[in-house]
Design a protein around this ligand. Sequence first.
Ligand code: F6P
Length: 547
Amino acid sequence: MTANIAPLTQCAAWKALEAHYPKVRELHLRQIFADDPNRGERMAAEAVGIYFDYSKHRITDETLKLLLQLAEESGLRAHIDAMFRGEKMNVTEQRAVLHVALRARKGQAIVVDGEDVVPRVHGVLDRMADFSNRVRGGEWKGHTGKPIRNVVNIGIGGSDLGPAMAYEALRHYSRRDMTFRFVSNIDGTDFAEATRDLDAEETLFIISSKTFTTLETMTNAHTARVWALKTLKHQAAIASHFVAVSTNADEVAKFGIDTANMFEFWDWVGGRYSMDSAIGLSTMVAIGKESFRDMLDGFHQMDEHFRTAPFERNLPVLMGLLTLWYNNFFGAQTVAVLPYEQYLNRFPAYLQQLTMESNGKRVSLDGTEVAYQTAPIYWGEPGTNGQHSFYQLIHQGTKIIPCDFIAFAQPLNPLGRHHDVLLANVFAQAEALAFGKTSQEVRADGMPEWLVPHRTFEGNRPSNTILLERLTPQALGKLVALYEHSVFTQGAIWQIDSFDQWGVELGKVLAQRIIPELEAKAEPKLEHDSSTNTLIRRYRKLRQTSP
Ligand code: F6P
């Protein structure tokens, strides 16, 4: 895709941004806003029900023009078209990147290797809907004839974070008489705590793994089987208490799950882009097929916006470019994601995989080392909790941390003044970060001189405010797709493969080597570095003294 594109730092727009940056660095949002009373309305874009205010950014019209030019020069338009056409954008794994096909409407055609994949997507969605209905309606019975009341999704990474985040986000719409748990960590505590109060006769395990070989997931799945059989006694019980979501039918069968109880997805769905594939089965059981379809519709609306809207009004493109502006020119290392919505408490964790596994790369598509920073670190917590913990650093620390404030106009749990106060806080934080409080203002408050520097807020700290009407399944789909395509935008400009994840391999390989060394009865011969050898020996010794 980048064959005819110059190396990023050679692009005219990149060079122009480098020349432009020192001028912008000196500007203060206080002045920029004072000079343009309409900035707050002008520098906002609205699409598919998302209002995106980017006025509180350290940019001028010229900055925006150059960033948009950078997107053009980087061939972003061609990249977008290629993704939607099903081209093998995941170059190092030679795979298409088609999460957009998961939410394509019936009748739309997206062809991969000569096959229109949309009918297959809808075939699986129909099977998922049928299964969810049966579980929710009590027709799908456990081995002893009891209906299913508990659903435990076992998976990790993209096979966990999406479903876990979506369940929390859409809990308001979920079956309240059922329990949903998510086990991911190989730490036995995760499984033990998730199942300690569950009745195996009423529990369904969804084993979610694209490869069905992931160590954590398979270890937890085997433990789940032992746990279930302890109560249910008969191997035959597996059929009614275990289903699988995978691309790997052979491994599913080897594990002992009937492939009739397997929900399929495909290698063109990346793990971190899979929450609306069959990996979302637990979500569908929780919220029902209609709400799940609404969520997919939200994704689709954002896909279409991303595909068709001009870049200057294209929300994911704007968001991606602004992130890049701080990352590559201001030297910002992180982005804080701050949802003022309790139901989005897992959203930052979800975004960490989406953004950092996608764009945490150090070589470009042709294998040469990049000469610029790639993905920033994403982190965050729901407001207002973060305000009483780390916001101090964002306001008065020495680092520049662009923030994404996310808020919804209508509460799902209207309780007295809560929502107005919540929203007052989100608006106030963005305002305080941008405009701060000058030393003159502090003095005017009558502060003694020695306190003035401590009470001064420099301001000029950038943020997006993303405002939606209400957290619905559709809104969640739009929000997630906004970030997915923002990540795509950045990856395309950085000329990296946003869809592989080789960086997780080495640790996995080394763990496989260390496992037998920890489990060996006799003292093993260790041939690691001196630190690893010592840690292994110490662990083996300490373990023996445990109660
Ligand atoms: O951490 C690497 C990774 O491959 C992720 O990309 C993926 O989401 C996760 O592991 C789980 O993989 P699987 O679904 O194959 O178990």
